[in-house]
Design a protein around this ligand. Sequence first.
Ligand code: HEM
Length: 462
Amino acid sequence: MNTDRETPALSVAELPTAPGRLPLLGHSPQLVRSPMKFLESLASIAPLVRVSLGHRPALVVTDPALVHDVLVRKGTSFEKGEQFENARVVLGNGILVAGRKDHLKHRRILQPAFQTGAIDSYGVLMHREATHSVAGWTPGETRNIQQDLDELSLRIAMTTLFSGNLPQAVASEVRTWLPVALKGVALRAVLPLRRWDGTRLATTTRFHRSGEHLRNAVEELVKAAEAGSSNADMMNRILDATAAQTEGHISQAQARDEALSVLVAAYETTASTLGSLLLEVSRNPRVEQRLLRELTENIDPSHPVRTSDLRRVPYTLAVVQEALRLHTPGWFLMRRAATDVVLGRTLIPKGTEVIFSPQALHHAPSVFPDPHSFNPDRWEDTPAKSLPPGSYLPFLEGRHQCIGNHYALHEMVTILIAVHLRWKLRVPASGPQPRHVFRTVMRLNGLHMAVTPRRTGNEGED
Ligand code: HEM
């Protein structure tokens, strides 16, 4: 058992239960209908609050210090748990869903593919895809910008993983089935569908079929990379690293599962952050103007960004950091106690499902004054490293910290430069307004924006 020096004073049964629990459904309706209102409200009740996901009990950790304990100080006492086990049906056994004992092995396989040199080489493909994508926009039209960003980020993920020239049919299989898989995983986090997944009828559902389609499509791409018939950059690094780290090569099935994990982790996360960012910037002309000035003065948009360039654009990085705070893609995450463990002053029995919401932590007024406003300036005086542990976790921390965080930053800055230096974006006042929806990733629905070419000298003007 992992214990603190003090004797645990409370058992889980003594913790407060969140209000509004319904028979059979528990707190699931609140988590489906207005999840952030519900999750943010729990911090005022207690550092640990009991909830029910349908009939399944779980604990919500609302105190940043205790979330830090779950992820770092006592990280070895927790495993990924239910949320990720549900994803195995479609993802097989890649890094995202790897069990506690295997996880380090997966991490070592992927690490070389995410080093700075590698990311600079992916930057060339990111630049090519982003420039090509925005060059096709027509002045004055209104576009579904979130859809554009989704497609672009998926293309970037596929291109950097597999090759500069993807077979169209395989790419469109992934584009069709990945959203189905993600939706199924999200539903299974809050609804009791797991038992049903074990039945024969369940294998005919779109969720289960999505796994089969994705595995087949990605396996084709892995085979091409292994046979050397593509110049698959990231996949070749994964296959090379595998040979170096293990006695022999991993199987094609293993390489396929790692690739699927990377695709799932990369899809929607950067795109949804960028959607929120572009919306916030369009609503804050002062931010828009300063961003434009910094990028114009420091970046040559005709060249791919290099990691070393990022030092010259601190305000741009603050804008990204603020978008990740205000609209955190990984808004709802879960772990399971792998041993009995003490959290704060409570003994958490082995097997307890634990929930935490980085998005709720990012809205704590004690850490982020005026937490619901978009204010990149807040990062000038308060670097993220100076905040109390567990307060700012867009990429998490500890063993499962996002391995793609530098890749994601590189991609977001690359796309931001391609869009922002060329186009001014506005949500038309008369049309439907975008709103956030909460799936596996928090994202914007209905982000329709009018696009106007920027003219020299009209920076920030409305
Ligand atoms: C803004 C963009 C992104 C955000 C906010 C983000 C956030 C996260 C978070 C919160 C986790 C931890 C999930 C958990 O353990 O509960 C994670 C893990 C992961 N992310 Fe990201 N991610 C982003 C982009 C990417 C990209 C672009 C890639 C790959 C190209 C990627 C690859 C991964 C992988 C492989 C893991 C699993 C790491 C592990 O378990 O060791 N992510 N990400």
